[in-house]
Structure formats: C-alpha cells, structure tokens
Ligand binder design. Sequence first.
Ligand code: DGP
Length: 114
Amino acid sequence: MSDCLFCKILDGEIPADVIYESETALAFRDINPQAPTHVLIIPREHVSTINDLDEGHETLVGSLFSAAKQIAAQEGLADDGYRVVMNCNEGAGQSVFHIHLHLLGGRLFNWPPG
Ligand code: DGP
C-alpha cells in the first residue's frame, strides 16, 4: 500500500530501528515508547486491521507471535514478563492501519489496561 507508513518502513523508504526480520515479519522499536522496551512486530503483507484477517492469514499471525517470543528472549524479558497487544480500529487506539503487535516490557503493567 503506497500510503501506508509501515509499508514504507518495510520498503526502506522510512528509517526504523529494526531488531528482527523473518520471511513474513519485521520488528522495530516504537518511535514513542510506552515502556523501556516497546517493539512493533508487523507482517510483510499489508493487512489493515484484525477485521481484515481470514483463515489464510493464520500462519502469518502465528509468525508474529513467534517473533514476539524470540524478541522477548533477546531483550531479556522472558522471565519477568511482557505484554503483547494488537489494537483494532480507533476505539481501541489503532492509529496505523497495518496490523502490528506491540511488545512491551521492562516495567510493571496494570490490568485492566486503560
Ligand atoms: P497503534 O496506535 O496501535 O496503531 O500503534 C502505532 C504505533 O506506531 C504507535 O505506538 C507509534 C508508532 N509509530 C508511529 N509512527 C512511527 C514511525 O514512523 N516509526 C516508528 N518506529 N514507530 C511509529
């Protein structure tokens, strides 16, 4: 998608602090971190929201969680714990319409979330 910010990061048009790459996913540090570690994990395929996922995306979505597990270990978060969040649409706080997992760690998190 030519007007998608995360597609531009995937294409190298916009720089990002990339910390993980696979055949299906890319992960980079959030520009506005909400925790000492705040990483965004995105699929290489453009999918706007969770509502646009279908059965054909199951492996792709699984690969985002595999990436989260690997990055959490890499960042030293696995034992203390970390949070993985995907917002869907404005009401839940989605502002970039290319699905992404937020991986947050390095501090305590409240539940329920705000
Ligand atoms: P969400 O609000 O769930 O759609 O999350 C979008 C996240 O993307 C938000 O935490 C800020 C981050 N973000 C927005 N623009 C950029 C950018 O240009 N670079 C990086 N690294 N992160 C960005």
